[in-house]
Ligand binder design. Sequence first.
Ligand SMILES: C[S@@+](CC[C@H](N)C(=O)[O-])C[C@H]1O[C@@H](n2cnc3c(N)ncnc32)[C@H](O)[C@@H]1O
Length: 219
Amino acid sequence: MARMQPDARSAPAALRNRDPILGVLRRVLPERGRILELASGTGEHAVHFARAFPGLEWQPSEPDPAMRASIAAHAETAGLANLRAPAALDLAAPEWWTALPPGTQPLAAVVAINLVHIAPWRVTVALFEGGAQILRGGGIVVLYGPYNVGGAYTADSNEAFDRDLRARNPEWGLRDVFEVAQLAADLGFELAETVDMPANNKSLIFRRRVAKTKDWPEF
Ligand SMILES: C[S@@+](CC[C@H](N)C(=O)[O-])C[C@H]1O[C@@H](n2cnc3c(N)ncnc32)[C@H](O)[C@@H]1O
């Protein structure tokens, strides 16, 4: 068995949710193309998904250098040809998408797991602003995490988690599916699918609208 590299970290939640998320990705990701993962954390998701999708090129990213070291360590152990080195991407930086490594585009999808509630709202805004810059029409954004629906918590545990998050940082907290869908719509994405996931989480699948071309016939 391969030895764990010293920088490699492990997140119990990532190990619990990676297979349910993989089930969703199998349905919504194309067979070929490049995928950008934002806020990759330990890198365990990146390794799991790159291994599961040999036809995809997986680009992990993280603003935290210690986490980038963890991603690189997991990647070295895994030795996967389709897993790229972690990029230093911080969605709070202006026009964060300009820091994408050369050769990352065109992108088929952007994936962000457990980011939206552990960051200020402006990070979610920046996520879709960037998505609109780097995804073509038909490209998808996959979000995973706990969400409210129509202004209400979907479980008591989510309410407790939200209180805990806001105590840690008043700018953090659970977002509402409708609120995220409205933001996405304003930036050219439609909410294509909402999938209920284990432990009161959801996967939200957004698709970038195909722009009408200039040669669209006028009536
Ligand atoms: C709860 S962890 C989730 C990590 C990983 N996706 C997972 O599910 O195991 C939240 C992650 O968001 C990252 N993050 C926080 N603010 C960010 C930002 N402005 N831009 C990009 N990533 C950010 C953190 O560094 C951290 O790795």
